[in-house]
Design a protein around this ligand. Structure first.
Ligand code: ADP
Ligand code: DP6
Length: 338
């Protein structure tokens, strides 16, 4: 690597999983037990600048202006070690990043964070990786980050190889595929910060949940049905499958020993309200889902979004409701300072 500092910046958005990734067959390589499917979102974003600087004696990581230590710094530095090994140099880096939404609360900051880091670090290291290689690289930082490289509707294939060569994400449809689809995100006031990262929690589920094996058997059928519903824009079927999958994910979390309970009463009130709205209308006009956190995503169509948004905003403990759409994939940005 050159004696002068080299720098690059990247932007990436979080994604919300419609079919969840929860459990790895290889922890070092981050190889999941099942394929997953997600929607990359607009409006929420991470921006990251990586600067490799020969003057630094160790890596530094500033998140939203604050110097990080412990787990977050270790994860970033470990990730940079992989990039340095590929690029064959040892220079340390200053990483500056901002998330324009709450970190570690179930809104997938690790997905946008490691997708942006993969892009910025590989560019600054002079690597020009293909989209599939970038996705494989991002996967090593956070599984869900492999999907945030791409916009719109994205599938991350579990693959079968032990070296992970066939384990990366690919775009299924661009953001413009379904313009009337809306994701209303009920932001829960005082959503707790997660005590452990999802990658740690999911392995507890694999080891202890008595219903995990049954969930794994159900997933291929659900994934196929969901891909069909998205391809033909069949909203009621997609929303029903989204809730079925979310309930299955929550079930394996709740049956983990000790239990994993990511929801708070306001989150549960949102789920109940979506069920009630569907019941009242006699048709499935919305479908809820959540990741490992208290915030709840409610998918619906543009024509129902206004009414539903007002309804959800009235729930006690819901701070606000964001109206998001499928968004763009990760991309380089011009020099930018956190
Ligand atoms: P979330 O639901 O937000 O993904 P997790 O607990 O799974 O929550 O992941 C949060 C962790 O992801 C943080 O503690 C930090 O280690 C990492 N992270 C979050 N944002 C960034 C970022 N912008 N750059 C690098 N790492 C990040
Ligand atoms: C419930 O990929 O975020 O959101 O490696 O700890 O960052 P870390 O795990 P992560 O786990 C995602 C779990 C999930 C489901 C999903 O996004 O598929």
């Amino acid at each position: 690597m050159a004696r002068r500092p080299v720098e690059a910046s990247f932007e990436a958005a979080p994604n919300i999983a419609l079919v969840k990734y929860w459990g790895v067959r290889d922890e070092a390589l981050g190889l999941p037990y099942n394929s997953s499917l997600s929607v990359t979102l607009n409006r929420l974003r991470t921006r990251t600048t990586v600067r490799f600087d020969p003057k630094l004696s160790s890596d530094r990581f500033l998140l939203d202006g604050e110097a990080q230590s412990g787990g977050p710094l270790t994860s970033v530095s470990g990730f940079l070690d992989t990039v340095r090994a590929i690029a064959r140099f040892e220079t340390h880096a200053l990483v500056r990043s901002t998330n324009n939404f709450q970190t570690a609360s179930g809104l997938a900051s690790s997905a946008s964070g490691f997708a942006a880091l993969a892009g910025a670090a590989s560019l600054a290291a002079g690597l020009h990786l293909s989209p599939a290689d970038l996705s494989r690289l991002a996967r090593l930082g956070s599984g869900s980050a492999s999907r945030s490289l791409f916009g719109g509707f994205v599938e991350w294939r579990a693959g079968t190889r032990s070296d992970g060569r066939d384990c990366f994400a690919r775009p299924l449809h661009p953001p413009s595929h379904w313009p009337s689809l809306v994701d209303l995100v009920a932001i829960i006031a005082d959503a707790p910060t997660k005590p452990v990262r999802s990658s740690v929690a999911m392995q507890r589920t694999v080891a202890t949940s008595p219903t995990y094996a049954q969930r794994q058997r159900e997933l291929p059928r659900r994934l196929r049905a969901m891909k069909r519903a998205i391809a033909v824009r069949d909203a009621p079927t997609l929303f029903d499958l989204t809730m079925e999958e979310c309930d299955s994910f929550r079930n394996v979390c709740e049956t983990t020993v000790p239990t994993l309970d990511y929801l708070v009463p306001a989150s549960r009130a949102v789920l109940a309200d979506v069920r009630a709205a569907n019941e009242e209308n006699g048709t499935t006009l919305a479908g809820y889902t959540h990741d490992a956190g208290a915030h709840v995503h409610v998918f619906t169509l543009q024509r129902h979004a206004g009414t539903l948004r007002r309804r959800l905003a009235r729930i006690h403990g819901v701070a606000k409701v964001l109206a998001l759409s499928p968004g763009r994939g990760a991309r380089p940005i011009r020099r930018w300072r956190a």
